[in-house]
Design a protein around this ligand. Structure first.
Ligand code: ADP
Ligand code: MG
Length: 283
């Protein structure tokens, strides 16, 4: 399917002044953009269509997803320019940097901060799931702080790999006549959501100790470890961390998605719900 370009680069430049590079990823460059009339700052995500040839559907998915979502912990999209070789997404600008960099700088977070960020990520993902959207690429590079303050909110970004789980489409492609459809196909509704909770579990683990739960030099070995769900709370780093934190992480890092906590269970967990007082300093 071909994307019909509705804009030219000049359309972007007429409305926005493009500035410094804010970051890069696999398919895109993100630059600061200032609206010429309002002087409002935005982040302009420039996706090179040539780099994602054959993945036009993926681009369309990202655009349609971003356009319809509004949530306080999700980077919103204001408008989109579709030009012959590039796609320009005008996103809310956030200035706090990546969670990735803050982990590198600070080593690890206090339980109070780790809990707060885990809660915000989970609320954002719960909203996405309620819209039938699975993020699929949650990682510290795709989580941005709103500002530089230590208590800044976190925002989820980068829906490049999000898939719209449109039940109607799934049904139509799965079978010709819906009357004869098997229950397991109907139950595909929401299928795949639980992968985001695994990612939140991994991120929460890293925030508390500063290193990842699953790691190996060799990808083949790493995949083995992940598929077995083999990880431990090394006493040297986890001795002073609460049992509540460990309990929640264990329940998010369950290999079987049926047994894994969903967003509701995470938000009700004592470590997240605020029913217990958490350390605000590292012991
Ligand atoms: P990709 O799909 O190529 O991974 P991302 O959307 O993740 O692209 O953006 C790449 C990087 O650009 C991010 O990791 C972040 O550092 C920066 N960035 C993205 N969006 C914004 C934004 N709205 N405000 C500030 N920086 C951003
Ligand atoms: Mg990214």
């Amino acid at each position: 399917k071909k994307i019909t370009a509705r804009h030219a680069k000049s359309d972007v430049e007429r409305s926005y002044k493009l500035g410094a590079e804010l970051g890069t990823g696999n398919f895109a460059v993100v630059r600061l953009a200032e609206h010429r009339q309002t002087r409002q700052k935005y982040a302009c995500k420039i996706i090179n269509k040539a780099l994602c040839a054959g993945k036009e559907d993926m681009i369309e998915t990202e655009v349609s997803v971003l356009k319809r979502i509004r949530h306080k912990y999700i980077v919103g999209m204001d408008e989109c320019f579709d030009t012959p070789d590039k796609l320009y997404l005008i996103l809310d600008y956030v200035s706090g940097g990546e969670l990735f960099d803050r982990i590198v700088d600070e080593g690890n977070f206090t339980e109070a901060d780790g809990s707060r960020i885990t809660k915000q990520m989970t609320e954002a993902i719960q909203y996405l799931h309620s819209q039938g959207i699975v993020h699929r690429d949650l990682k510290p590079e795709n989580l941005l702080f709103r500002d530089r303050s230590p208590k800044s909110d976190i925002l989820v970004t980068d829906f490049g790999l999000a898939k719209l789980l449109n039940d109607n489409v799934a049904l139509k492609t799965a079978c010709g006549t819906p009357n004869y459809v098997a229950p397991e196909i109907l139950m595909q509704r929401g299928y795949g959501k639980m992968c985001d909770l695994w990612s939140i579990g991994v991120i929460s683990f890293i925030m508390l100790c500063g290193y990842p739960p699953f790691y190996d030099e060799s990808d083949a070995v790493l995949f083995e470890i992940i598929m077995k769900g083999r990880f431990e709370f090394d006493e040297r780093y986890w001795r002073d961390i609460s049992d509540d934190a460990k309990d929640l992480i264990r329940n998010m890092l369950k290999v079987d998605p049926i047994k894994r906590y969903d967003t509701y269970q995470v938000l009700e967990h004592p470590w997240i719900s605020g029913k217990v007082k958490l350390p605000t300093v590292n012991l």
